[in-house]
Write a protein that binds this ligand. Sequence first.
Ligand code: G3I
Length: 463
Amino acid sequence: MKKPFTLTGVALATTLLGTTAINSFAADETLRSLAEERHRYIGAILNSEWFYGNIEAEFEQIHKTQFNAVVAENEMKFDATEPNENTFSYDKGDKMVKYAQENGMRVRGHALAWHSQVPYWVNSYSGQKEQLLAVLKNHIENVVGHWKGQIAEWDVVNEAVNDDNNHGWRSNGSVWFEGIGAEFLDSAFVWAHAADPDAELCYNDYAIEWGLGNGSKAGFVLDQVKRWKANNIPITCVGTQTHIEISHETTPQNVRAFAKELAKLDVKLNITELDIGFPQGSAGSLGQSDYEKQGHLYRQFMDVFLEEPNMGEFVIWGLTDAHSWLDGQQGKTQGLLWDKQYNPKPAFDSVMASLKAHPASQVKSPYPSSQFNPPCEGDGCGDSPEAIVSITANKLSAQINGRTLSIAGAKSAKIDVFDMQGRPVFSMKGVKGAVELQGLPKGLYMVRVRDGSASLTKRIVIR
Ligand code: G3I
């Protein structure tokens, strides 16, 4: 239920939420609240500056308010997680996973097998197939195993298709392809699945938003997905990075066409690294109409995303133009939803408007509804997420304090607790008073209390 806000409340809340009072949205409506109502994920990277505590306070405040999915810009890549052979470094990734659990976010792991950002030591095995297979297997088993049950989806292989016209595998510059051959891709998926059978496993690439025509990169990827599915390789999704420019107006419909083909294979298509940049050097000449045109293209991507039932994640490769890879490496600029002063741009309004224009009842999701909330029974359904203070449904009431969940009015209640991926993590019968939710990592959970015909379901935060 939407709480009425006073004007002051709206002004204050919208500023904190990273929006401005001119938006025509309720102050408690955010990208994530609208996405969650639609059982979808909208995410943004945690820029590398965040990991080093070197970013403005507004960044995290907006990020956790507006997004329910997260991925590390660089900190879960091969060079970051295994900087030296068989020596693993998880501290930065652990920091992100903790942040995500505390803020009820889905985590994407990026990326296991990639030709880039490979630590120097791997190249000492260049051309040695068996050694490289052992290195890649060991990496995947350790990294995926470390975050088993905490990372919902992995980019198992990233950017393995070349950019030449006769699209094929990227041979030059890939220690994996040059030393092992194309089988490294199949093996990577098999090893990742063995390490975490519950994780979604994606093939992720750029420039696959240009149509499926003969000889297209997307067409080559689609053919590989068909082969993998026929050979029972456990791929569940394709990630279209979608790093595009403001002039690339055909790309949303190309993404829709790709999604429809993958749906036939029961494979999801996720937007994984979206930014819509202006040509470098144009920064000084951009006006409102340019930013509104950018918003129009963002809106088309969100429209496609919400209308295609096998699309689940809409992830933007940055939050603010103040911290974007575009300015450093791509000759583009200002591709994100917030400007360098953390003001929302027309693109933010456009993405919000698209979400509002697609009622939850009309949006299908590729994910089980239990990921967003377990079956809600009795009173207390549908409220916004909050720590339980004191709720009463029928005769039941529940209160959480730290890890102690106190139940009143129950004769013999059954307690079920689910994580934000909808997985049951705690259950107890015959509860009459209090129960200690020990052993659960800090984070956001759904708790369901049932006693005879009375029941209630609410989100709780364990801090
Ligand atoms: O960590 C070092 C630091 O110690 C050093 O002082 C500094 C200056 O040399 O470099 C730092 O490493 C940089 C790293 O980002 C972390 O900031 C690398 O030089 C730089 O090349 C690297 O760029 C990243 C790029 O991937 C590498 O390919 C970008 O931040 C990151 O946004 C970008 O992300 C990729 C996705 O992973 C895959 N899809 C394309 C996307 C954009 O290129």
